[in-house]
Design a protein. Structure first.
Ligand SMILES: [Zn+2]
Length: 194
């Protein structure tokens, strides 16, 4: 166990030096500052949802493959700017207080959505993700380069409640490895990427 994780969340924060790498680690100890990616692409489902180039291509592939298994997913949140995350987070703090908001919403600069590599998905026709579809994603998303970034088992490490709808692109090889090893990306990054 890395000693850093024993520290309180949002302490000893470092600024990320490689925000443009597809394997970038963003968490409660690592901030993107006001970084914005320069290769965002609109998703075909709805132009307002954007991901970085490789993530966008992989996502379209994932959606199409899922359909063949009768899993109909669609994005409801993808890239979010620092400014937009500030609005989102502040609204949650106002509603639930900071301690609770911190368990499900990232502080500005700390959201994976700001990398342009994370996308939240819903089951088509629903305002959430059906359990069977979440299960399908947990088993199959890694084949297309995505990991389920926040799971119940890893809440103590990530600081976030389970988010079966939040997909993070890291590329096929790493996604498979993270999934097979059953590690949080925070753990995996420390062990194999850093
Ligand atoms: Zn998300």
């Amino acid at each position: 166990m890395d000693k850093k994780r024993k520290k309180n969340f949002y302490t000893n924060i470092e600024t990320i030096k490689n925000p443009d790498t597809y394997t970038v680690l963003v968490n409660k100890y690592r901030s993107l500052g006001k970084y914005a990616p320069n290769d965002l692409q609109s998703l075909s489902f709805n132009k307002k949802y954007q991901l970085r180039e490789k993530a966008a291509i992989a996502f379209e592939k994932l959606v199409n493959i899922a359909k063949k298994d009768h899993v109909f997913i669609r994005p409801y949140s993808a890239y979010r700017s620092f400014k937009y995350q500030t609005k989102v987070y502040n609204a949650y703090v106002k509603k639930d207080g900071q301690d609770k908001a911190d368990t499900y919403s990232a502080r500005p600069g700390h959201s994976e959505h700001q990398t342009g590599l994370a996308v939240d998905v819903w089951t088509e026709g629903h305002e959430n993700i059906l359990e069977k579809d979440a299960k399908w994603l947990a088993e199959n998303a890694n084949k297309y380069g995505f990991i389920i970034r926040y799971t119940k088992e890893k809440q103590a490490i990530t600081g976030y409640i389970a988010e079966p709808w939040h997909l993070r692109y890291v590329g096929q090889k790493i996604a498979k490895d993270v999934t097979n090893k059953n590690l949080s990306y925070d753990e995996y990054y420390e062990l194999y990427i850093k």
